[in-house]
Design a protein around this ligand. Structure first.
Ligand SMILES: [Zn+2]
Length: 104
């Protein structure tokens, strides 16, 4: 039986440029709620590897770990977490290269 952690992590792999694309077009971090800085960092990347996701400690209904992508304020260290599955879903619906257009 494969480890569900590994399966979930592979399924939700998010690469640096994908995360940048998501945050730029979908969810700009804006000001840090703690210190009002606008300087955020993604988890340190290993070239060519997905960003590291954190186990939130929660479980989904099918008992997979709920994974988060955390970004960190460069000034005060405040951590902001996004559920990785939401980012992955948005990326899959909005593939790179397609201009994101708002359907009105
Ligand atoms: Zn801050």
């Amino acid at each position: 039986m494969p480890s569900s952690d590994e399966t979930e992590t592979q399924k939700l792999a998010i690469y640096f440029d994908e995360a940048v694309r998501f945050f730029k077009s979908q969810s700009s971090p804006g000001e840090c709620p703690m210190c009002k800085s606008v300087s955020w960092a993604l988890p340190s990347e290993i070239e060519g590897s997905p960003l590291s996701l954190s186990d939130s400690g929660m479980r989904t209904l099918d008992d997979s770990p709920v994974l988060e992508l955390k970004i960190i304020c460069n000034v005060c260290g405040f951590l902001r977490a996004h559920r990785a599955s939401f980012i992955r879903e948005w990326l899959d619906k909005n593939p790179a290269g397609d201009e994101v257009t708002e359907n009105v």
